[in-house]
Design a protein around this ligand. Structure first.
Ligand code: GLV
Ligand code: GLV
Length: 332
């Protein structure tokens, strides 16, 4: 019997075309399948390719008697109840590696834009307020030679450290103790820097860094990892960048800190209640916003699409997927 692959969205490059002669493909009418339709179609699905904005938990598994694999079109998978999937022998996969450099580029862009007030400057010029060179116009912060604190030292965090080397920055990182060993095991080339990244406690990192960039996954342990208490530790000249997941920061505490100039600026790609961005946050000039576009380059989104569809196909054809999140489900 032909197996059914449910796609939660139309993906760049339409990689499902490669396998549509062998599988039944269910696509949304528009670009993205609304959650209620996804839930309904799960009944017929042997595989689902899900977006990070689509929830796949116990309620969804209940409706999906044939489901064998949830392939997430993202590296983060906090939208999926992985423990529940594992209990049911359903494989979960994600799209690491292909988006690492692209996401680090975006984090770096936000950091520079916030430091050098690029968005404010753009607005200033568009509003025809540029009347000539001025000694004190749009003064910002230097990056080169400063200290970058990286929270979460996985692939993307390490890609940030490589960029920092080019700016002669000192790099501090805070991570689960195993992250450093992971880096060594991956055979990461040593950084071409004056100094190697130094593992410190989160508190020390926050106290000592001029720029703090978040690169940890969202888990119960990292929800509100950065709250009022942590923001108080940061320098009043510091810039906070979040391209990870919104709830890693207590957004209300961040707004307070930015309003009170307890920190200098922020660059945000993700929000606590996406896609909602609070008006109080939008009102701040010292924040640069992006609409969750960390991995959004043409090449990377196509590579992710290919990887996500391949993963579904690999599991349905009895092969081991390249990037299982819960390898123990493969043995069931
Ligand atoms: C994007 O946020 C991702 O997790 O891939
Ligand atoms: C995941 O968070 C990664 O850094 O690849």
């Amino acid at each position: 019997m032909t197996q059914t692959i449910l796609l939660g969205a139309r993906l760049p490059g339409a990689p499902h075309r490669i396998i549509e002669d062998r599988y039944r493909i269910l696509l949304p009418d528009g670009d993205i399948m609304p959650q209620d339709e996804l839930d309904e179609h799960l009944q017929e699905a042997d595989a689902v390719v899900a977006l990070l904005s689509q929830k796949v938990g116990a309620a969804q598994f209940e409706r999906a008697p044939n489901l064998k694999v949830v392939s997430n079109y993202a590296v983060g998978y906090d939208n999926i109840d992985v423990d529940e999937a594992t209990r049911r022998g359903i494989v979960v996969t994600n799209t690491p590696d292909v988006l690492t450099e692209t996401t680090a580029d975006l984090a770096w862009s936000l950091m520079m834009a916030a430091a050098r007030r690029i968005v404010e400057s753009d607005r200033f010029v568009r509003e025809k307020r540029f009347t000539g060179w001025q000694p004190s116009l749009m003064l910002g912060l230097d990056l080169f030679g400063k200290t970058l604190g990286i929270v979460g030292f996985g692939r993307i965090g390490r890609a940030m450290a490589r960029r920092a080397a080019g700016f002669d920055m000192t790099v501090l990182y805070a991570a689960r103790s195993s992250a450093h060993d992971d880096a060594a095991a991956d055979g990461e080339p040593r950084l071409v820097a004056n100094r190697d990244p130094r593992l410190v406690s989160l508190d020390s990192l926050l106290r000592e860094s001029d720029f703090v960039s978040l690169h940890c996954p969202l888990t119960p342990a990292t929800r509100h990892l950065i709250g009022a208490e942590q923001l108080r530790l940061m320098k009043d000249s510091a810039v906070l960048v979040n391209t990870a997941r919104g709830p890693v920061i207590d957004e209300t505490a961040l707004i307070d800190a930015l309003e009170n100039h307890a920190i200098a600026a922020a660059g945000l790609d993700v929000y606590e209640q996406e896609p909602l961005v609070p008006d109080r946050l939008l009102a701040l000039d010292n924040v640069v916003f992006a609409p969750h576009i960390g991995s959004a380059s043409h090449d990377t989104r196509r590579a992710m699409a290919r990887m996500a569809v391949d993963a579904a196909e690999q599991v349905l054809s009895g092969r081991t997927p390249d990037h299982p999140v819960n390898p123990s489900a493969l043995k069931k």
